[in-house]
Design a protein around this ligand. Structure first.
Ligand SMILES: NC(=[NH2+])NCCC[C@H](N)C(=O)O
Length: 315
């Protein structure tokens, strides 16, 4: 017997606002902007650079790993502007890191500070003490223009952007050495694997800090390499993927005048540092279009075109 009366209340309804089941990559354009890189050669659309500022006016060359030849700062700026002009003339949007620490001359080498992926930037944590902290200002520049930072290398990991080289959307070479330790490698690998990228580990030789001084694709089927310094397994993988291996003919050009350290504007069309005649001849003979630019002062920082150019959008 039930004599107690209950008011009848409508049941609480279920959820009506369901999640948007898209990926970050699919959302990029709508919420962040037209950013993303998964190639070293597809048409270059946007880059981040640091025009040499106060930080190059006085420093201890040895401590920051610069050459000890006197540096012509004004000429360095002019050369940097010439590189930027080649990019803008080609239709590339050039963004700048406007602020930087005054004790960090290497901060002009932006590639080392950011590695761009299809989902945004991995912010580096430089290996060398005299570079640590540069990345903070790069983070500011990226967030200002709306480039998502999907990871900042943390813990005891370190990694620099030129320790990574895209082969294609699903393949990347990652190198360990003095600028990328095991933990840094694992942090970057985690992000790449999550995005469906297969990572090919490479060890830097004791004499080199980054990949771009040793190996650099000039098109989707041609890669320039310093053969004695790149492991067999990496080149075997590239060959299986259809790359022709062009062996840099001159050690002097590779090591002293950065013959490998070029930037592709689009597949088969590159800008390279002036003063590498043998390398240039080899590339041209193989159908690569080569524009050269004099970056004598930038090279005194032991880096070249690829190092000063952080890609933000390709393809
Ligand atoms: N991606 C590059 N190759 N960067 C060269 C950087 C050179 C710079 N002096 C350093 O030691 O860090």
């Amino acid at each position: 017997m039930q004599d107690k009366k209950y008011d009848d209340i409508d049941a609480i309804s279920g959820e009506r606002w369901f999640p948007k089941e898209t990926t970050f990559e699919e959302d990029m354009n709508e919420y962040w902007g037209d950013w993303g890189v998964s190639s070293e050669v597809e048409t270059l659309k946007a880059v981040l650079m640091r025009r040499p500022g106060k930080e190059v006016e006085s420093f201890n060359a040895h401590a920051v790993r610069f050459s000890d030849e006197p540096l012509n700062v004004e000429l360095m700026r002019k050369q940097h502007d010439e590189v930027a002009k080649i990019y803008t003339d080609f239709g590339v949007k050039v963004y700048y890191v406007e602020n930087q620490r005054e004790d960090r001359p290497n901060s002009i080498f932006c590639r080392d500070l950011v590695f761009m992926t299809p989902e945004g930037a991995i912010l580096s944590r430089p290996g060398m003490e005299a570079r640590r902290g540069e990345e903070r200002y790069v983070a500011g520049a990226l967030s200002k223009i709306g480039v998502p930072i999907l990871r900042t290398i943390a813990g005891d990991g370190f990694f620099e952007g030129a320790n990574a080289m895209w082969v294609d959307r699903h393949t990347c070479v990652l190198s360990t050495g003095s600028r990328c330790n095991k933990n840094g490698f694992e942090q970057v690998s985690y992000e790449l694997k999550r995005m469906g990228v297969e990572v090919y580990p490479m060890q830097q030789p004791y004499s080199n800090i980054h990949i771009d001084g040793l190996m650099n694709p000039a098109s989707n089927d041609m890669v320039l390499v310093h053969a004695s310094q790149v492991p067999y397994d990496i080149l075997d993988m590239l060959k299986r993927k259809g790359y022709k291996i062009l062996e840099a003919p001159s050690q002097t050009e590779v090591r002293e005048t950065f013959g490998c350290n070029f930037v592709a504007l689009e597949p088969g069309n590159i800008v390279m540092p002036e003063g590498n005649p043998r390398t240039q001849e080899l590339l041209e003979r193989n159908g690569i279009r080569v524009t050269t630019v004099n970056i004598s002062e930038i090279m005194k920082g032991k880096g070249a075109l690829h190092c000063i150019t952080a890609y933000l959008k390709r393809g």
